[in-house]
Design a protein around this ligand. Sequence first.
Ligand SMILES: [Zn+2]
Ligand SMILES: [Zn+2]
Ligand SMILES: [Zn+2]
Length: 160
Amino acid sequence: MDTIGFDHHDHAACKSGGIETVERYCAAHGLNLTPVRRRVLEILLEEHRALGAYEILDRLREEGHGSQPPVAYRALDFLTKHGFAHKIERLNAFTACSHPGEAHAPVILFCRVCEAVAEGVADPHRGNLERVAAETGFRIERTVTEAEGVCSNCQRNGPA
Ligand SMILES: [Zn+2]
Ligand SMILES: [Zn+2]
Ligand SMILES: [Zn+2]
């Protein structure tokens, strides 16, 4: 499992790589990455954090992309539906996907101290959920596993 988001990395490359991957995926699959959808993805990619829809809407409004909540919600719907972003139910917030365009079962780890979010990938054939689903003949289309805790940086910085 590779986890990014808690460790130091070249975030500029991480950000531009995320946008490029999604652009290529949309072009290849005939998806319309409108300016607002692209902008919302960029906002999510700025930091490895979770953002609520209203924070995103505020940013869009400041930038003149329109101030109606449906603008942000529709863009977020598009991004989550195609796996370019994930919704963290627990926080009612969104984060950019670290593996856009790949079929994967995301594991979202969020730090309650610094609010950093990292995404790892679970082996889709090895989990309990998949075993239970297989036993009942259920076909899983999407799972998001969420875990809250303290990241390694915050653990190093003393007790939280
Ligand atoms: Zn990054
Ligand atoms: Zn993902
Ligand atoms: Zn932390």
